[in-house]
Write a protein that binds this ligand. Structure first.
Ligand code: DU
Ligand code: SF4
Length: 229
């Protein structure tokens, strides 16, 4: 199994009945009027970016009319507009916008995944849904051993990575480190290799419109990701 095969398996996952119903009903009849003429993805959101990346960005979950529409992480909503502009400013993306398949976007040195891979109602997965999707994140980490730094957008991704790390027998600091913006901890794999975990406020409009997360704050965290543990 490699990352492409993992992706193929995730793309047909139906483990969470509530999320399967939501992702498909939004795709069928819940479309935003401005996208009414577009086909919707309506499935788990695949990871996007450089398959050899040494840096991983972990988000929360696809947005109903964003990734769940376009099939690409953080693509088609204002969260993504904010993130991809920053990835371009910091040299990780070849262009500042992500519109969807065929737009020529490439990431260099970075790959983006979601903690929960299907769009949840109100962007709020249940504890059980988070637990059900965690093995996919665990497998992803296992299949990308070159990753030396993981940045999570928000606390759900932070807790997800810590959970996946524990399942992989990585050494996690005790007591459990809490998510905070620009917080950083070191995780150690059983083979002795250290992995940096870096927290960043989520790029949601709730944080960016209120300037809780500014472009400068995001650029600073992104720039810090290139240094190895
Ligand atoms: O066809 P491909 O070069 O394997 O790329 C598949 C997919 O991944 C495409 O949408 C671009 C993206 N990608 C990337 O963003 N950065 C890379 O280094 C390689 C692929
Ligand atoms: Fe499967 Fe994850 Fe989607 Fe649940 S959220 S159906 S575990 S891909």
């Amino acid at each position: 199994v490699d990352l492409a095969e993992l992706q193929a398996r995730i793309s047909v996952c139906r483990a969470c009945p509530r999320l399967v119903a939501w992702r498909e009903s939004v795709a069928r009849e819940g479309r935003r009027a401005s996208f009414a003429d577009q086909p919707y993805w309506g499935r788990p959101g695949p990871s996007f970016g450089d398959p050899m990346a040494e840096i991983l960005i972990v988000g929360l979950a696809p947005a109903a009319n964003g990734t769940n529409r376009t099939g690409r992480m953080f693509t088609g909503d204002s969260s993504g507009d904010f993130l991809y502009a920053a990835l371009h400013r910091t040299g990780f993306a070849n262009q500042p916008t992500s519109i969807g398949a065929g737009d020529g976007l490439r990431l260099n040195g970075i790959r983006i995944v979601a903690t929960v891979r299907c769009a949840p109602p109100a962007n709020a997965p249940t504890a059980q849904e988070k637990a059900s999707c965690l093995p996919w994140l665990r497998r992803d980490l296992e299949l990308s051993p070159q990753v030396h730094t993981i940045m999570t957008l928000g606390g759900i991704g932070w807790d997800g990575v810590l959970g996946a790390a524990r399942a992989l027998d990585w050494a996690v600091p005790q007591p459990k480190p809490k998510f905070a913006h620009a917080q950083e901890v070191e995780l150690v794999r059983p083979d002795g290799v250290a992995v940096r975990l870096v927290g960043c406020y989520h790029v949601s409009p709730h944080n960016t419109f209120t300037k809780r997360l500014t472009p400068a704050m995001l650029d600073e965290v992104l720039q810090s990701l290139r240094s190895r543990p």
